[in-house]
Design a protein around this ligand. Sequence first.
Ligand SMILES: Nc1nc2c(ncn2[C@@H]2O[C@H](COP(=O)(O)OP(=O)(O)OP(=O)(O)O)[C@@H](O)[C@H]2O)c(=O)[nH]1
Ligand SMILES: [Mg+2]
Ligand SMILES: [Zn+2]
Length: 301
Amino acid sequence: MRCLVVKNTGSWADVLTPEGETRSCKMRGKLRLSGSRSTTPLSVGDYVEVDEDGVINEICERKNCVTRRASNLSKESQVLAANVDYLGIVLSIARPMTETVFIDRMTATAEAYGVEPLLIVNKTDDLDGEERRYKDALVGLYNGIGYGCEQVSALTGDGIDALRHRLKGKTTLLSGHSGVGKSTLINRLMGREVARTGDISNVHEAGKHTTTFSEMYVLEEGGYVIDTPGIKGFGLVGIAQEEVGHYFPEIFKVAAGCRFGNCTHTHEPGCAVLTAVKKHLIAESRYESYLNMIQADQKYR
Ligand SMILES: Nc1nc2c(ncn2[C@@H]2O[C@H](COP(=O)(O)OP(=O)(O)OP(=O)(O)O)[C@@H](O)[C@H]2O)c(=O)[nH]1
Ligand SMILES: [Mg+2]
Ligand SMILES: [Zn+2]
């Protein structure tokens, strides 16, 4: 029987049967990915084969999987979720504010994993005039690149129907800074209190790596939302320096016109990206994030 893993606590996993029932299953030793010889840890979002005794025997082939480094300097990685359609980047414009460099790290990471980034601007109820203008400019910028943006208030419910519609039938991994309202948003989408909100839940986690398990919520109208408490600091697996530009679609497109094939778009003569930045065809904030990522990446080499 093919089931979907919605919760994984290490030795047990909660799965959703084809009939839509939740069952607790044990795993048979180390699990293999179907068609592969290597063993891999089970993850939320995995499809698995469960036998008559309710034991998980095999992990079905994955469309993709999102991992992160166990810690910033570690090479070990932890699977956060498998078979993800959207990386939902939840952000607020103010209280707390989300820097574009953070958004861009997330969009680039999503691109690297083969997951579509989706910006979810929350707390639209809590903006003054200037913040509202900034929000509109931000949405314009990311729409221009081709990324979807949903504007919501998890508090008032504004924009939630449109978001629900977008998430229908998809698997969405939520990420974003602490306090932007991920848990509140999940509760709003679910129509009941399933996730803990407020600042208390994360006090002891601040700045530290804690082992946390992702949890998947089943949306009534179809689709799944995954909350990963530990993801907010984001130590996702690094992208090689020379590949960073591939994951900024507007930079990648323009880079085809650079004189040198190995152009880093920092100082080279005949660099089409530098020209596009000067002409404001590529947003300065995006270019700065690109620079930040190729520099930051050197730390891991
Ligand atoms: N004004 C306003 N406040 C919100 C909204 N959504 C969430 N909040 C508030 O923001 C605070 C943080 O919300 P949470 O849902 O706990 O944030 P989180 O992203 O889950 O935070 P972590 O679990 O620490 O990562 C709470 O006090 C919420 O009531 C919103 O749409 N508008
Ligand atoms: Mg939370
Ligand atoms: Zn260049």
